[in-house]
Each structure stands twice: as C-alpha cells, then as structure tokens.
Design a protein around this ligand. Structure first.
Ligand code: MF3
Ligand code: CO
Length: 260
C-alpha cells in the first residue's frame, strides 16, 4: 500500500525534513580527526531533542544510536562507538527525524580532513547519482526508472551498486512502500504519482557490490573492505516532479570549500 500524501501532510514532511537537514549541518561542525562517532551521535541526539523532534533511528528495531555511522567500508547501519575519526576517512551519517507525526530521512558522506582522489571521486559520483535518480522521479515514470538512472550513472564510472539495501517510501513511518532499489530496469516497478514521498539513497562501492552483515546483526560493510559512499534525500512528487524536501545547504554552509 503506497500512501499518497495531501498538501497538508507534505507540509509536515517539509518540517521534519528541515530539521533533519539542520541536524546534518550540526554534525558537519564536528566531523574532524580525533572525534568519536559516539560524539557525533550525541550532538545529533541533543540537537533533535532540543528542537522538539524525535531521533527516529534510536531504538528502531533495537538500533542503539540516533545516527547511523558509516565509516569507510561500512555501507549502512554502523553503530556509534568509541572509534576516533582519522584524516583520510569518510563517514556517512544517516539520520531520521520524526516531527509532528512525520519523518524526514537524509544521509551525507563527509570527508575527514584530506581524502584520496579515488575516494573523493567515489563520493562525488554517488552524490551525483542521487540527483540523477531524483530527475527520473516524475509522475508517470516508474520506480525502476529511478533505479536505472542511479545504476547506469555509477556503473558507467566503474563503481558497483549495493543490491541488498534500498530507498523507500516515507511518511508517518520511516519505511513505507514502495522499495526504491538503486539498480533495475527502466519501465518496471510501481508507477510514480503526485503525493508520493520517497527516500532515494544510492549506496555505491569502490570495489565489488558484495556486502556482509557483522555479528552485531546490524553493521553492513563491503565484503572486500573497500570504501562505500551513501547520500540520501527525502523527496515529494508535486505537480509531476520530485521536490527535494531535505537540503544539503546547512552542510555546505559549514564545510564551505571542503564539501563533496
Ligand atoms: N535511515 C536509514 C534509511 O535510510 C534507516 C536507519 S535504520 C535504523 O532507511 F534502524 F537505524 F533506524
Ligand atoms: Co532511508
């Protein structure tokens, strides 16, 4: 069942998305060598709480953080921990905020200090592929058109697409129908309609597409331990096309010329 949102509901989505965007801006102030991922999580938790939102990942299926911390080879669902970020790392921070009954979901992969050209290019391409997916998200298209746009863009540049993890519908629940894969064939899958709200989130690997889940039951990493990048926006289909409800602007404002 795909829930189409009314304009009033989309306004609430917008507010949740604004808060998750500014939360990522707060995180951006802290990402640096020597900072633990637990500190990053604490900053986000406090910010969301102080602003009257709910950190929706915290306790979701037993997840122990407000922020999924994705360092280097971690694809998704890494726990905040005592790990101290190091120069040359990348860290994806994936956050969901619930506000007034609706959710906003967003992820940004940050460079920690200077990173290699190779890893920078992976991040850049992953972020660009997110916008390719968003362009394909139009009324009358199908979910497979989004998937194919992401896959084609990344594979043409020599990267691989994680298969097991997908984007998703979003609204009153963090995860709603439909699933939004990052690979697939054009013209397949559910038809995109005005009022649909979805989270599009390419997870792209430098090496092979294969992943493993660690013994904690959550942490998803690349099998070859090569880096993986992840960017995510929540969008709403309005007047035939996708409007991006989340924003990287608060992140860019902090990173200035260091943004990816
Ligand atoms: N934000 C993730 C997503 O994009 C989900 C987080 S999983 C949780 O779907 F368990 F940590 F909440
Ligand atoms: Co998501």
């Amino acid at each position: 069942m795909i829930y189409l949102k009314t304009p009033e509901e989309i306004e609430k989505m917008r507010n949740a998305c604004a808060m998750v965007s500014s939360t990522l801006g707060e995180i951006a102030k802290w990402v640096a060598p020597g900072v633990t991922t637990r500190k990053v999580d604490a900053i986000a938790r406090e910010y969301i709480h102080d602003n009257g939102g709910k950190a929706a990942c915290l306790g979701y299926g037993g997840f122990p953080g407000a922020v999924c911390c994705e360092v280097n080879e971690v694809v998704v669902h890494g726990f905040p921990s005592g790990y101290e970020l190091r120069e040359g790392d990348i860290i994806g921070t994936d956050v969901v905020v619930e506000l007034d009954g609706f959710n906003g979901d967003m992820c940004y992969t940050f460079p920690v200090g200077d990173i290699s050209e190779e890893v920078y290019a992976l991040c850049r391409t992953t972020k660009e592929s997110l916008y390719k997916g968003i362009e394909a998200c139009r009324e009358g298209n199908r979910i497979g058109d989004i998937a194919n746009a992401v896959q084609t863009y990344c594979e043409q540049r020599g990267y691989s697409v994680v298969r097991e993890m997908c984007g998703h519908g979003i609204g009153r629940k963090m995860h709603e129908s439909p699933e939004v894969p990052n690979y697939g064939r054009r013209g397949t899958g559910p038809v995109i309609r005005n009022g649909m709200c979805i989270a599009i989130e390419p997870m792209i690997n430098l090496g092979s597409k294969n992943i493993v889940i660690e013994r904690d039951g959550w942490t998803c990493r690349t099998r070859d331990r090569k880096p993986s990048a992840h960017y995510e926006h929540t969008v709403a289909v309005i007047d035939g096309k996708a409007e991006i409800l989340t924003s990287f602007e608060p992140v860019y404002a902090v990173l200035q010329d260091r943004f990816i």
